[in-house]
Write a protein that binds this ligand. Structure first.
Ligand SMILES: [Zn+2]
Length: 490
């Protein structure tokens, strides 16, 4: 089985995630998370909050996912948030033109091209319907915004946000004043977004409804290189895939990259480093990450620069976080759209701040973390599947096993379980052989398994087995909390 299929097989078997409304054969592009996947996703979001948002002193808001048309008229989404669409004239299959051309030619196709340019490429490369070999219709642009009608007469048009950031921009001035913030300041938000994707596919990668974690950093453009936080990261190394040299990843310190003007400013450099460091926290190896420079044809029209943060998965290099230097685009557009001056006071000066954005795909992160943690090992001529998730991310921290279901062993096991449950996510399992119970926990990434046996009754101790090394320690019950605490802070 190819690696990607093995990973999807495990995720499906254990219910980490699966298609939504499966019993009704719901449409593609929507996914549900079962208890294990929901816990993994929650743990990722919590770590982001701690190691990215709070670490940087950002302000987190929670805005409505549904907003009125005026917001998206001002932001430019209603007129220009679109993908090129083509249709098979015979079987009516629908394709996203840029992705279809990319799949056939194996070359990156800029999504910002004109419809006629896509037509040209389709003709040049002799591309037909991949299902029936039928001829493809002329490419037309299709808007990705999802309309929602409210009101008793279904006539109040609203839109589901296609990215979480617009509420940050429209709320910015109010929150800045209420919180007595100072520039530069980051605003963060986690939430749902919806897009009318033409061809949702590849599981958690191109969904019609997804979760985003976004950070918008507001700064005074005059001071973007007076940025002290950067100094601590000068020696931090990032992996870069520069424009036109995508196949050669270079490792470079932030200091050198700024000197060579690879990054536009210290703000850009610092937030890209903070982002990479966050993924290190999630247990992704640094050699499996890179920042890919986005060229003028591929980036949005308002962005002064753009970098895709990519992780190497069983699908190849895949985009996980989009980063844009948005400059004055957002606050300027909303000042104009709302007829209000959205400037704030920075020191003595009145200024309309500029914006740097890191936009994280949460579902993509779940997949990348799961994919990178998947391991197969040969143990006693059998395959052991083990999900080597970072301990902080595992759905369960600990599993408790009574060796047998008699002779006061269950009673003592339950005592241990109750004690640990206060501080850890615990799972109690009393069915099947101990070997089978270990394997079940390995597959879902549980870092520690605790077994209570006959010796435990006499000596008041238990066996603690480590997921990765399979090594077992004998630990006194009274020392168990201490022992586990040390494992987690290491
Ligand atoms: Zn067809």
């Amino acid at each position: 089985m190819p690696q990607y299929e093995k990973i999807i097989d495990l995720a499906t078997r254990k219910g980490f995630w699966f298609p939504s409304a499966e019993i009704y054969k719901g449409p593609a592009g929507f996914y549900d998370y079962g208890p294990l996947g929901a816990a993994l996703k929650r743990n990722i979001i919590e770590l982001w909050r701690k190691n990215f948002v709070e670490a940087d002193g950002m302000l987190e808001i929670d805005g409505s996912p549904i907003m009125p048309p005026k917001v998206f008229e001002a932001s430019g989404h209603l007129s220009s948030f679109q993908d090129p669409l083509t249709e098979c004239m015979k079987c009516k299959s629908i394709y996203r033109a840029d992705k279809l051309i990319q799949d056939v030619t194996k070359k990156i196709v800029p999504e910002a091209m004109k419809a006629e340019e896509f037509d040209k490429l389709i003709k040049q490369n002799k591309i037909y319907c991949t299902k029936c070999k039928g001829e493809l219709a002329k490419v037309r642009m299709s808007n990705l915004m999802v309309k929602i009608y409210f009101g008793p007469k279904d006539n109040e048009l609203m839109y589901f946000r296609p990215e979480t950031c617009q509420s940050i921009f429209v709320d910015f001035q109010k929150i800045y004043n209420i919180m007595r913030a100072k520039l530069p300041i980051g605003f963060a938000q986690v939430g749902l977004m919806c897009r009318n994707e033409i061809s949702p596919r590849q599981g958690l990668f191109r969904m019609r409804q997804a979760t985003q974690m976004e950070a918008e950093v507001f700064f005074n453009p005059k001071n973007e290189d007076k940025f002290e936080k950067y100094d601590k990261y000068k020696k931090y190394k990032v992996n870069l895939a520069l424009l036109g040299k995508e196949n050669k990843i270079i490792e470079i310190t932030l200091g050198d990259a700024v000197k060579k003007k690879i990054f536009k400013s210290k703000i850009e450099a610092y937030y890209l480093a903070l982002l990479m460091q966050f993924y290190e926290c999630l247990g992704i190896k640094k050699e499996n990450m890179r920042l890919r420079e986005i060229g003028p044809e591929e980036k949005p029209f308002y962005a002064k620069s753009a970098w895709d943060f990519e992780i190497l998965t069983s699908l190849g290099w895949t985009e996980i976080v989009a980063n844009h230097y948005r400059a004055d685009h957002d606050l300027k557009s909303h000042s104009k759209g709302s007829n209000q001056d959205l400037s704030v006071i920075d020191g003595e000066e009145k200024v309309l701040p500029w914006v740097w954005e890191d936009s994280f795909g949460v579902d993509r992160t779940v997949f990348a973390v799961f994919d990178n943690a998947y391991n197969e090992e040969s143990v006693n001529k059998e395959t052991r599947i083990v999900l080597k998730l970072d301990k902080k991310l595992a759905p369960y921290d600990i599993a408790v096993f009574p060796l047998v279901n008699k002779d006061k062993i269950p009673e003592l096991s339950e005592e241990v379980y109750e004690m640990l449950k206060c501080c850890y996510a615990c799972f109690y399992d009393d069915s099947g052989s101990i070997g089978k119970r270990y394997r079940r926990m390995d597959e879902i990434g549980t870092p520690f398994c605790i077994t209570i046996d006959y010796d435990s009754l006499k000596k008041k101790d238990v066996t603690v087995r480590d997921r990765d090394t399979m090594k077992q320690d004998r630990v006194k019950i009274k020392d168990l909390c201490d022992y586990l605490y040390k494992q987690y802070i290491k």
